[in-house]
Design a protein around this ligand. Structure first.
Ligand SMILES: C[S@@+](CC[C@H](N)C(=O)[O-])C[C@H]1O[C@@H](n2cnc3c(N)ncnc32)[C@H](O)[C@@H]1O
Length: 119
């Protein structure tokens, strides 16, 4: 980015949110980071939060992000480690907490079936 003249590109496999949440100065692009070529850049910063955990082809996705960077650019990856705390409510008692933990277990199962690495 270069101050007021900078460029911000938001990508994802589903950018339908952009229709209702237009942000001035932010372009959006439907892009599968695990399958598509990197968007035209290069970029000073690539930031992915809670994205890699969803991609079965994590290494390809990581390479794509690196390829979008200018030499010396920064890659910031934030991701969840659901294996660290598999339960929402470690102290499970009562129907509400049981339901919350069941939902969490189901969500983890779904992620695993789709190729996520929960660790
Ligand atoms: C849990 S949401 C995180 C959204 C946002 N980054 C945040 O931190 O609030 C997961 C995001 O990953 C995106 N995503 C999942 N698989 C992807 C892929 N293969 N390529 C690009 N984006 C992907 C989804 O479109 C979704 O926006």
């Amino acid at each position: 980015m270069d101050g007021a003249g900078g460029r911000v590109l938001a990508t994802g496999i589903d950018v339908s949110w952009a229709e209702t949440a237009a942000i001035a100065g932010v372009e959006e692009l439907r892009h599968d980071v695990a399958r598509d070529e990197p968007p035209a850049g290069p970029f000073d910063l690539v930031h992915a939060r809670l994205v890699l955990v969803h991609a079965a082809e994590r290494e390809t996705a990581l390479r794509t992000m690196v390829r979008a960077l200018r030499p010396g650019g920064w890659l910031l990856v934030e991701d969840a480690d659901p294996a660290l705390q598999p339960l929402i409510c470690p102290d499970e008692y009562g129907p509400g907490r049981e339901l919350a933990n069941r939902l969490r277990t189901g969500f983890r199962q779904l992620l695993r079936q789709r190729g996520a690495d929960l660790a």
